[in-house]
Design a protein around this ligand. Structure first.
Ligand SMILES: Cc1cc2nc3c(=O)[nH]c(=O)nc-3n(C[C@H](O)[C@H](O)[C@H](O)COP(=O)(O)O)c2cc1C
Length: 333
């Protein structure tokens, strides 16, 4: 297919003047960008959830809505000086949701309990002015960053940032321990997500035949794809987002989740390399089909996972200068 396209391009170069060809290529690029963006928008509109204002009109309450609402209570109670009373419309929606059968409410489990405990905590606050420790737990600087002036925590975290690199060499003789992989993904779940929506998942495959098919559909693994022991596919569930404002949120949350899982895998001794899924929707359809991933999931990125050999090289990947990444802003008044 790719060879045919190259041959076609070479032929076009011979028969069409350069400036015309450039215009045609530009037009084709623009058309493709619009076409794919329309499909993205269609997917968001088709699978996305109703917004707050629709939810008040008795449309079925979704995990998206209930998560947003229980988390609004958690955030409200975690403020230094919570408003009192607050949350009447949130409470009304959660009460309604709790009347639905538990299994109809939750895609991922636990939602019913999170919603009901948040509602109880809201009542406790509004009626008695007490904050529930379960819903808004207290933390101390000491437990988060260690004793004042101590370095071990920050040094360990710094080490993690400085040593994670994309690794493209794998030692196939070291087996993948699924339990360790599981514990890495468990750690990675601590990624932040919009309103705690947690829409992202990683689907991991260690079957070499399926991995070969997956990697054949991806365009950044030549020279090492054949030695990748496990492939992760990071996806986001479009049903957990709603409205025009959240149209790009699935990619943001999916990227944060991917990064978090990759750091967690690094901490457990795995070598990883993210593999772009910079693909058209048709190619995503194909990937979903061969992997049995339902239509409502968007593909964010792939990740090659394995163990590194004793010695290996990494690409230099120089970083941009700090002053081109960090812009300190001053008053513009
Ligand atoms: C979303 C994403 C997709 C990537 N895709 C590829 C890829 O297809 N092939 C590859 O070899 N590296 C890929 N990389 C790795 C980047 O080249 C690498 O992260 C970058 O050069 C920085 O180097 P480092 O990861 O070693 O720090 C990808 C990275 C990200 C974040």
């Amino acid at each position: 297919m790719r060879r045919k396209m190259i041959r076609g391009a070479n032929f076009a170069k011979k028969v069409i003047p350069g400036s015309t060809l450039l215009k045609l290529l530009r037009a084709r690029r623009v058309v493709r960008v619009f076409r794919e963006s329309l499909v993205d928008a269609h997917r968001h509109a088709r699978f996305g959830s109703p917004e707050d204002n629709e939810a008040s009109f008795n449309s079925p309450l979704t995990e998206c809505q209930v998560t947003k609402d229980y988390h609004r209570i958690e955030k409200g109670l975690a403020l230094e000086d919570p408003r009192r009373p607050f949350g009447s419309s949130v409470a009304a929606r959660i009460s309604l949701a709790l009347q639905a059968p538990e299994q109809s409410l939750s895609v991922s489990g636990g939602l019913y309990e999170y919603a009901s405990t948040a509602l109880e905590a809201l009542d406790l606050w509004n009626e008695q002015g007490s904050v529930d420790d379960l819903v808004a737990p207290e933390r101390s600087c000491h437990e988060v960053w260690g004793p004042l002036g101590s370095e071990p925590y920050s040094k360990a975290i710094e080490h993690m940032f400085l040593t994670r690199r994309s690794i493209r060499s794998f030692d196939a003789s070291i087996p993948i321990d699924i339990d360790v992989l599981r514990s890495a993904v468990s750690l990675g779940r601590n990624a932040p997500s919009v309103c705690n929506r947690q829409s992202s998942e990683i689907w991991i495959c260690t079957d070499s035949d399926l991995n070969a098919k997956i990697l054949a559909a991806q365009n950044g693994n030549s020279g090492f794809g054949g030695s990748v022991p496990a492939v992760g596919i990071v996806v986001t569930d479009s049903r957990l987002f709603s409205g025009a404002g959240e149209r790009n949120q699935r990619w943001i949350d999916g990227g944060l989740f991917a990064m978090s899982v990759v750091y967690a895998m690094h901490s457990k001794g795995f070598a990883t390399c993210m593999l772009n899924w910079s693909m058209t929707n048709r190619e995503s359809d194909y990937l979903r089909k061969i992997c049995g991933i339902p239509q409502n999931y968007d593909v964010v990125t792939l990740v090659a996972i394995g163990h590194a050999p004793q010695r290996f090289r990494v690409a230099r990947s120089p970083r941009r200068a700090l002053n081109s990444v960090l812009k300190i802003m001053h008053s513009r008044g």
